[in-house]
Design a protein around this ligand. Structure first.
Ligand code: ZN
Length: 472
């Protein structure tokens, strides 16, 4: 949804900019008009024509970052439009602001940084702090550099100014999701290095570009890349969620999203009759089956003390299609559902159940998946697991209470777990309302600063996990 909205906004801006340029062309060609302020604001930096009246070729420079590239301008026809109107247009792919910031951090930390363009315009950056025994499996500290859009009119302060109020609450998009963690990783490493510490296992800080739009051109692709294999990762930390209470939430698995459309064909006919075997009757059956199950799951969540959203299957009917006129009984009606299934559910059995619901609904009712994730890897939280016992032990020594949960939505951790690497989702934010993707996202500076010390202890403990038999 955010992705779609993002693309629409960008497309809208581009069309507006193109239209603006197009309208301005005649007046500029006549020689007197300065490049418009609006065009400059939209990232179209037009340099003024030279003072010589005989030269009237205006240069237009198009600048952009990671997700929106020179290729996009080309595809939209902007370059061609400018060229046919006598402009010298130049589209440049500037390194993303986040990457430039990371370059500076790597330099300050004295760590090498590697950038891999996993897909066109999607760069994964990795800083590496080599351990004293680099042949052992490494520790991955993962974070994503992208954020979701803001609706500035709903914010108390400029969403990108990181305004700190009198209570020390820092308001900024990404303050919870997940710039806080990125900076905490960096600061924790800075402190460890300043103390002269040398860690046994290598630590990689990885910065991925597109978690918020599904991670498909970032982490999902990168985990299959030879450069990822070279990192030799044994254990990974990634994002989690805030916890309004005293405890800290840790995530050891995620639910599988299934997007399904059920097709209900039926006999067409005139709207004045009792036609048998209609699409609508079958649709009603399908809806009842899915929504009865929804009620049961909701009840299970509400009546069990130890369940969270991640432990039950959520079902939501999200689209209905069919019909052409009031008096025509349609030949087909479709209904779509968004299902999120916890890793404890037997997926084969669950699909058999869906098949049964369709069969009961009537003749020729079929279904198809738009998305069907089958990854049920969860990270061990058994006390005899060396990674978990180290993680939980370090938290215990800092008097942190942990609440283990299945992540209710999806993060890049699922791709890490899918290739067999244990991953824990952990953003050290207690006493904090969950405001990711929300207006007025904030984090208190005390919570933020404490998080740096938490990571300092965690990183040093995890990088000191003794070699397991398989590594020797
Ligand atoms: Zn996030």
């Amino acid at each position: 949804m955010n992705f779609l909205r993002n693309r629409l906004v960008v497309l809208g801006l581009v069309l507006l900019a193109t239209l603006l340029l197009y309208l301005l062309l005649p007046s500029i060609r006549q020689g007197s008009m300065e490049p418009s302020l609006e065009a400059q604001r939209m990232g179209l930096m037009a340099t003024s024509p030279p003072p010589l009246p005989t030269i009237n070729v205006l240069q237009v420079v198009l600048l952009h970052g990671q997700a929106f590239t020179s290729k996009t301008w080309e595809e939209l026809g902007t370059m061609a439009l400018l060229a046919t109107n006598g402009y010298q247009a130049l589209a440049m792919d500037l390194p993303d602001a986040a990457l430039r910031f990371l370059d500076r951090m790597a330099e300050e930390l004295g760590l090498p940084i590697k950038k891999i363009e996993v897909c066109p315009g999607r760069v994964v950056a990795i800083m590496t702090w080599e351990g004293t025994n680099p042949s052992l499996k490494s520790i991955l500290l993962n974070s994503h550099t992208d954020v979701v859009p803001v609706f500035q009119e709903h914010w108390k302060y400029d969403a990108f100014s990181a305004f700190k109020d009198a209570e020390g609450n820092i308001y900024a998009r990404g303050s919870q999701d997940m710039k806080c963690v990125t900076i905490q990783y960096i600061q924790a490493i800075r402190r460890l290095k300043a103390e002269g510490r040398k860690l046994m296992r290598t630590v990689h800080l990885m910065f991925v570009p597109d978690e918020e739009v599904g991670g498909h051109k970032g982490m999902e692709t990168f985990v299959k890349h030879p450069e990822f294999q070279k990192l030799n990762i044994g254990f990974a930390l990634d994002e989690g969620l805030a916890n309004p209470g005293e405890a800290f939430t840790v995530f050891y698995g995620e639910r599988n999203p299934w997007w399904i459309t059920v097709h209900c064909p039926g006999s067409p006919g005139h709207g004045s009759r009792f036609v048998e075997n209609t699409a609508a009757e079958k649709l009603r059956h399908v809806m009842n089956s899915f929504l009865d199950f929804r009620e049961k799951e909701k009840h299970r969540l509400n009546t069990s003390e130890c369940f969270t959203l991640g432990d039950v299957t959520t079902v939501n009917m999200t689209m209905v299609k069919g019909g052409v006129a009031y008096n025509v009984i349609p030949a087909e009606m479709d209904v779509s559902f968004d299902l999120r299934i916890p890793p404890t559910v037997n997926l084969q059995e669950f699909e058999r159940q869906i098949k049964q619901w369709c069969k009961e609904a009537g003749e020729d009712v079929t279904y198809e998946f738009a998305q069907k994730h089958m990854n049920q890897n969860v990270t061990s939280t058994e006390e005899n697991d060396p990674w978990w016992s180290t993680f939980s032990g370090a938290c215990k020594s800092m008097n942190l209470t942990l609440e283990k949960e299945i992540f209710p939505a999806a993060t890049d951790s699922r791709f890490i777990r899918a290739v067999g690497i244990p991953a824990i989702g952990f953003s050290p934010m207690n006493r904090t309302p969950i405001l990711l993707h929300d207006h007025n996202e904030f984090l208190n500076e005390q919570v933020f600063l404490k998080g740096i010390s938490v990571f300092e202890r965690l990183i040093s403990a995890l990088a000191s996990v003794p070699a397991c038999p398989a590594e020797a």
